[in-house]
Design a protein around this ligand. Structure first.
Ligand SMILES: Nc1nc2c(ncn2[C@@H]2O[C@H](COP(=O)(O)OP(=O)(O)O)[C@@H](O)[C@H]2O)c(=O)[nH]1
Ligand SMILES: [Mg+2]
Length: 347
């Protein structure tokens, strides 16, 4: 999963990026940083199987510089910037909730949220109108044209496309345009150390849940979280306690992103490898098989499934089998979070 970190200049994008992807050196333009998604279940499986290899799910964070600011001396979107945005499955809008060290505009998170939304809508409108012009000239009677017309109507009313309902066919027809206001969005309020403890800023420290579809809100103190990543584990725990936190914001952020995207993990286990895989909630067993290898999906016969709680309860596959909780499931089975799955395939 690729998560694009974006926002106005000096909102703390690079700082937040370093807090979320510890140890990655930020570059000048667009920086990619991979992290492993911590999963205690994989650790437990690995302890049991002692596999040659343990593999966690990964998230790629992208520090996307060069968002055009309204005023603020910002530059227009660079092609590399826009393409990094377009290739991200989720966008994070970093909102500044501390005084601009360069003496720019005063703190006004609500203004920045609105301005940013408008920028995304504007970028999409340009793409949609250009394409529609052509389809109209050709008088195309296509699903794509109808879908884009709906987009244009919404965008002209400043409604982001993520708020519209599209079916699979429509999404497919529009996928080539990678419309940015269609992307799920996490609005991340980045508070300064002082603002974090200041009751006047409580509404940004504990932001109301997002109201629109496919949106979420999040808050952290970017500077502090970044500094935290340099400490060893014992020091981190001490530091967090001082801040009244129980874990680094990075971990809560990952859960938020999984939740927003409706993602769950299933597991595979054995002496060779214990591994976590990410699928959308509601995915069938063959779709899960396809994550591992397309051949496994094509030749899917059945899935042997052990629920996570049963594994914990019985402690091993053998004991679970003896207890009759180890199941054999067919094509229609909907994968559950934490399922330990073994795919049987005929290819
Ligand atoms: N006080 C405070 N300053 C921050 C915080 N996050 C970023 N900054 C400062 O804001 C400035 C811009 O941060 P940077 O991460 O480079 O922003 P970017 O332009 O969005 O990548 C830098 O001087 C940072 O030190 C924060 O949480 N608290
Ligand atoms: Mg930066």
């Amino acid at each position: 999963m690729q998560v694009g970190i974006t926002g106005f200049p000096r909102s703390g994008k690079t700082t937040v990026f370093q807090a979320l992807a510890p140890g990655v050196k930020p570059g000048k333009d667009v920086t990619y940083g991979n992290i492993k998604v911590p999963d205690a279940r994989v650790d437990l499986l690995a302890e049991h199987f002692q596999p040659k290899k343990t593999t966690l799910a990964e998230i790629t964070f992208v520090d996307i510089a060069g968002m055009p600011g309204t005023g603020d001396g910002a530059k227009a979107l660079e092609p590399r910037t826009i393409s990094a945005m377009r290739s991200s499955e989720v966008l994070v809008h970093v909102v500044r909730v501390f005084d601009d060290p360069m003496g720019g505009k005063p703190i006004d998170p609500a203004r920045d949220v609105d301005d940013f939304a408008a920028e995304l809508v504007f970028a999409d409108l340009e793409v949609v109108e250009k394409r529609l012009d052509r389809l109209n000239r050709e008088n195309a009677k296509t699903l794509e044209r109808r879908a884009l017309e709906r987009c244009a109507v919404a965008l002209n009313e400043e409604i982001p496309l993520r708020e519209l309902e599209f079916d699979e066919e429509e999404l497919k027809a529009m996928s080539g345009y990678a419309l940015v206001s269609l992307r799920p969005l996490i609005t991340l309020f980045n508070l300064g150390e002082e603002e974090w403890g200041d009751p006047d800023y409580a509404q940004w420290r504990d932001p109301a849940p997002a109201t629109g579809a496919r949106q979420a809100t999040f808050a952290l103190c970017g500077q502090t979280e970044m500094e935290l990543t340099d400490l060893d584990e014992a020091e981190q725990a001490e530091f967090l306690e001082m801040l009244g936190l129980t874990e680094p914001a990075r971990l809560a952020f990952i859960r938020k992103a999984y939740d927003l995207l409706d993602l769950i993990s299933f597991l595979t286990s054995g002496k060779d490898e214990c591994r976590a895989w990410t699928v959308r909630k509601g995915s069938s067993a063959p779709v899960a098989a396809g994550k591992i290898h397309t051949d496994l999906q094509r030749g899917f016969i059945r899935a042997e499934v052990l629920g996570w709680h049963d594994w914990v309860k019985y402690g091993s596959e053998q004991a679970a089998k003896a207890a009759g909780v180890h199941r054999v499931e067919g094509k229609g089975y909907i994968v559950q979070d934490g399922d330990i799955i073994n795919i049987r395939s005929g290819v």
